[in-house]
Design a protein around this ligand. Structure first.
Ligand code: ZN
Length: 130
């Protein structure tokens, strides 16, 4: 199902709707979820995992590498109004370049990624639909 263009314009209605030739239509969340847009796909993904924290990297698979953050933002606004929460946390992991030994390509040099520490810290972004 695709939404009529008039629907998307509803939020730009002038103060006096009588002056507009836009026709208000009622679209439910169920209707929106039937769509085939990237937002609809992402919304379905959240709905199927309601309450669970989802790694941003998984959302990237569903919502598109370059636009998934914008789509999450869109889903928080009209017409979706999804209560999507976000948290970030610092995590530490073994360096993926040197496999934790701290050495670079030459054993006399520190790994360029972890600077010889063998560990890297990174920020993980998690999202959930409340
Ligand atoms: Zn390293």
């Amino acid at each position: 199902m695709s939404l009529p263009d008039t629907y998307r314009l509803l939020y730009d209605l002038p103060a006096d709707p009588g002056q507009s030739d836009l026709v208000p239509v009622v679209v439910t969340l169920a209707d929106l979820l039937k769509g085939d847009s990237m937002c609809a796909r992402l919304a379905r993904y959240f709905m199927e995992r309601r309450g669970a924290w989802i790694d941003g990297r998984d959302l990237q698979e569903v919502g598109g590498v370059y636009a998934w953050r914008s789509r999450v933002s869109d889903l928080r606004k009209a017409p979706w109004h999804l209560d999507i929460q976000n948290l970030q946390r610092q995590e530490t992991a073994e360096c993926p370049i040197c496999d934790g030994d701290g050495y670079g390509t030459s054993l006399s040099m520190n790994c360029a990624r972890c600077h010889g520490r063998g560990k890297v810290t990174f920020t993980r972004s998690l999202y959930r639909l409340a």
